[in-house]
Design a protein around this ligand. Sequence first.
Ligand SMILES: Cc1ncc(COP(=O)(O)O)c(C=O)c1O
Length: 365
Amino acid sequence: MSATGETRPGPSALPELPPEAGEDVGVPPQGREAGTDQDLVRLADIRRAEASLPPSIARHLVTEWRPGVWLKLESLQPSGSFKIRGATWKLMTAADSARSRGVVAYSSGNHGRALALAARSMGARATIVVPGNAPKSKLGGIAGDGVTLVRCQPGSELRRQLAEDLARSSGAVLVPPYGDLDVIAGQGTVGLELAEQIDGLDAVVVPVGGGGLASGVGAAVKAIRPAIKVIGVEPSLAADAAQSLREGHIAVWPVERVGRTIADGVRTQSLSALTFRHMMRYVDDMVAVGEAEILAAMGLLLNSCHLVVEPAGALPMAALLAGSLPDSARVALVVSGGNTSAGTLQRALGSGHAPRPARTGAEPR
Ligand SMILES: Cc1ncc(COP(=O)(O)O)c(C=O)c1O
């Protein structure tokens, strides 16, 4: 049960897993983890981030795609994703002395890209640990002046350990991609803006990888308007968060399995302890979508909205197209990122996007 009395994720919305898919393994703390529910990110933290983030981070990129459905266009942020919010806020909260020794991150792409940009804008050197199989389009976006790329075998745990070692030995600031209070507060500004900018919102729909975005958005939205549902979306091939929330402990999925989804932004194997606690408290429901649905959503966004959206960023639209969102709700879909390759866009265009689903009772109030 969440703090606001909403139900936990309903079994009907959750994917069935083969018995070997999840392991009952805890995940060690990352970043500035907290120990109790009282230490979850608060609305005041998120408001502080909102008031302090630089104007280069766009706050009003919201469009009403059709009556009752809004798109929050994080794909148009300077680094091409919402990740610039958490990365920038984390660096802004770090001590000058630590930042001058550099910043370190581990990332499958967008977090690294955002951190590289944020570090450059503050004159800090960045070291980014990337998986050896990251798409070239994403690595190209990270590389640049003042940035050192360190390649590592695929797997979030390996990357995390290497980045932690590098930060410890150099005294640099470690910026985790999701398991960190400041990063979550930064991502939470997405939810704060939605709750304040759209009247009468019924639900906010967010993609879920490590859960930083869902945690921050949930913390903001539930504090401002507890009635707004927070719905997380994952690919069926990487639905560890849904399993975790359903079973009440952190499930870790094999890297070979999550690596098969086209949505490279959410190929995380597990939530962190901190994001798990936030999501248990603030997320009402989880939805899983198939690979064809993700491509169809990308194709539709490209064709009908002229928006370049990466697979992870299209997850909420895929859930809408699949009819998995509450009918007749006024919903905001977080289009979380746009960093993708021409090849993936070709696949999306070739997928023959689905027609817009019929929605009734979703007229603007
Ligand atoms: C485009 C995009 N959307 C969603 C996510 C998921 O965010 P989180 O890991 O905070 O759940 C990511 C993570 O990298 C991403 O790059």
